[in-house]
Design a protein around this ligand. Structure first.
Ligand code: SUG
Length: 446
């Protein structure tokens, strides 16, 4: 660990409308669980339990608030007018899918909130953030404006932080944030970090993409992010996600690959040319680079996607060892469990593996790594941020109480037409901004 630099996991707090509306084609869990009964209270408590666990391991922990859902602002933009109650009733009657899309709690997956470059890697020595425009899926594209506002509120000191606007909208620059980005660094920090930007499609004439499911991240978006974050082009790799991997359910890179410090865990179906990516990383990161590469023979692509073992969250501990947090689902698929055992037994910095129950999020295709945005901060940068967003036992206890009081324990997509759900959510989020001390970030508060 570089003296005074530490990684903080900004987890997305699950919102009160968490439900299974099947909004994300190519994300198998979202499709398979469409229409199931969700439990928003349990979802939020499972997320908080993960934060508590990461904190207990000595990992840096902070959180980002849920977004306002249903987004009445969006429904009004779509022409539904009248009181809040009338807007919801009209949308439910005239375009029920619009109500579902504007009610999704998908902002919980903060790996998609933004791409981040630590100040050690940028030419102006500031931390750069690019909120993702999430153009590929309408329900997710609604997140970018609020994410931009929230990041500006939290990382407000412009001498230390640059919060860029999301990339311009449109298919050409479709950006899904840190879920398609890996950062590796030599163990002793002797050389600068290497950034890997994975993309699924490009406007190149010879481009061959997936046949069945959408490729969400564009190469042009990845290149634009690297450019605006002032990264060293010599330390930036652009690699194509495997089209077969995307067709097999790996809609984001982090479904098949995760990296932390000098360590990379990946399935061979993560990239079009996994060996080229490995050798480029080995030469850039240097001798301390270590990896666990899993073949389809060892773990089929189907089991990789079903187990989400590559969506494990790797936590940097204060003694520079790594702890891996896998979803409990990985423990239950023998070939995935065998991968976890091989990781701890191998020559790499991972010394412990833990399996957590994150089923509520997993049923929408979001594992441990999807629920957090990593931000490496120096002590001075950390001190420039409102302390109320950082995890503490007392904040967690307050939030757990708030969740138990304000969240429902049962929700189906058809319940979204209930206008009292929107009222309950506003009340809950209004209280949350007071608990977190982040000011009025929601439309209904303005
Ligand atoms: O964008 N699911 C999210 C899951 C995102 C997972 N994130 C990462 N892999 N980093 C998505 O597909 C489903 C919502 C619904 O169906 O209601 C959804 O949006």
């Amino acid at each position: 660990m570089l003296a005074g630099v530490f990684e903080y996991n900004f987890d997305g707090l699950v919102g009160p409308t968490h439900n299974y509306a099947g909004l994300a084609p190519g994300n198998f869990a979202s499709t398979v669980n469409q229409g199931q009964v969700s439990n928003p209270r349990e979802a939020a408590l499972q997320g908080l339990a993960k934060m508590r666990f990461v904190h207990s391991l000595g990992g840096g922990q902070a959180l980002l608030p849920p977004h306002e859902r249903p987004s009445l602002h969006t429904l009004r933009t779509l022409g539904f007018s009248g009181s809040d109650e009338v807007v919801i009733a009209r949308a439910a009657r005239e375009w029920p899918q619009a109500l579902k899309m504007t009610s999704s709690a998908a902002a919980m997956w903060t790996a998609n909130a933004a791409t981040v470059a630590p100040s050690s890697d940028t030419r102006d020595a500031r931390v750069h953030f690019s909120p993702a425009n999430l153009q590929s899926m309408f329900h997710r594209s609604l997140e970018s404006a609020t994410t931009h506002r929230v990041l500006q509120a939290i990382f407000a000191d412009t001498t230390k932080f640059v919060v860029h606007p999301p990339l311009p909208s449109g298919e050409l620059l479709s950006d899904e944030g840190a879920a398609n980005h890996l950062r590796l660094i030599a163990y002793d920090h002797h050389s600068a970090a290497t950034h890997v930007f994975a993309w699924g499609r490009s406007s190149d004439s010879g481009f061959v993409g997936p046949k069945l499911h959408p490729a969400r991240q564009s190469r042009e978006a990845s290149e634009s992010i690297a450019r605006r974050h002032l990264l060293d082009p010599a330390r930036t790799l652009f690699v194509q996600q495997s089209p077969d991997g995307i067709d097999g359910g790996a809609f984001h890179t982090d479904v098949l690959a995760v990296a932390s410090m000098n360590y990379l865990l990946m399935h061979e179906s993560a990239f079009v040319d996994p060996h080229a990516a490995l050798s480029a990383l080995a030469s850039q990161v240097g001798e301390s680079f270590s990896s666990t590469v899993v073949t389809a023979y060892e773990l089929s692509l189907d089991d990789a996607v079903a187990s989400y073992v590559f969506n494990s969250q790797i936590v940097q501990r204060r003694d520079n060892t790594l702890a891996l947090i896998a979803p409990r689902d990985s423990d239950e698929i023998p070939a995935a469990r065998a991968v976890l055992d091989r990781i701890v037994a191998g020559r790499n910095p991972v010394t412990e593996v833990h399996c957590l129950d994150l089923r509520q999020s997993m049923h929408n295709g979001g594992g441990p790594a999807c629920l957090r945005l990593r931000v490496s901060l120096t002590d001075a940068e950390r001190d420039a941020i409102r302390p109320s967003v950082f995890y503490s036992e007392s904040l967690a206890a307050q939030l757990e109480r708030w969740v138990r009081t304000r969240y429902r324990d049962r929700l189906t997509p058809s319940d979204l037409i209930d206008p009292t759900l929107a009222r309950e959510s506003m009340l809950a989020l209004d209280e949350l901004t007071q608990i977190l001390g982040i000011g009025s970030v929601y439309d209904f508060q303005r």
